[in-house]
Design a binder for this molecule. Structure first.
Ligand SMILES: [Zn+2]
Length: 197
């Protein structure tokens, strides 16, 4: 039982998985190891070998700088600041944004002990030359907005000419960017407004 229990415990730690789903998945994987478990093992090993974090924006890709940072038709003068890599996927799905991204890796939170040095803020401040617009897409949570204000302040110290905007209509209060439906996110990106602190 130990091996199965260990697998279930490990699976239950994955996002969106409870003990019940973890048990179902574990038993499914083990019911036919060749068909269900081996391909997953290979995919995990392959991802582990090949996926890296982009040294510029923090995206996950098989190359660094990533496919977005090196894309010929992406506008490098715009940087959209988001909380996690999942937000890039959400934003790219809308097809309404042609600029670059910067993954913070979280938002500031006094409660959870997330201080500015724990986020990729210095990396952002070091890539502001030749940037004309920063778009804050951090979600309409208290922590998300506080983080946006903090970053805007830092940017204005060295690059006062950069336009700082943020997502507008469509983002629900308390909402996370990653979980918005495509049209809501697209509307929010189109109707972004100038950031005021
Ligand atoms: Zn990148």
């Amino acid at each position: 039982m130990d091996a199965i229990e260990t697998l279930i415990k490990r699976l239950a730690k994955l996002p969106g998985m409870g003990k019940r789903s973890a048990t179902r998945v574990a038993l499914h994987l083990l019911s036919d190891k060749d068909v269900n478990l081996s391909p997953l093992e290979q995919a995990l090993a392959f991802a582990r070998e090949n996926v890296v974090t982009c040294e510029v924006c923090g995206n996950l890709d098989t190359i660094s700088p990533c496919g977005i940072c090196t894309h010929k038709h992406k506008d490098a003068s715009k940087i959209c600041i988001i909380q996690s890599v999942g937000d890039i996927w959400a934003m790219e799905r809308t097809g309404f944004y042609d600029g670059h991204y910067h993954v913070l890796g979280g938002v500031l939170s006094a409660l959870d002990g997330v201080t500015p040095d724990k986020l990729r803020i210095l990396g952002l401040l070091s890539r502001l030359d030749n940037v004309s617009e920063i778009i804050m897409a951090l979600g309409a949570t208290v922590d998300g907005q506080a983080t946006a204000h903090y970053i805007a302040e830092q940017i204005r110290k060295t690059h006062p000419d950069i336009t700082i905007s943020r997502l507008a209509y469509g983002v629900p209060i308390g909402g996370e960017v990653e979980y918005l439906d495509d049209s809501t996110l697209a509307t929010a990106m189109k109707s972004r407004s100038t950031f005021s602190s």
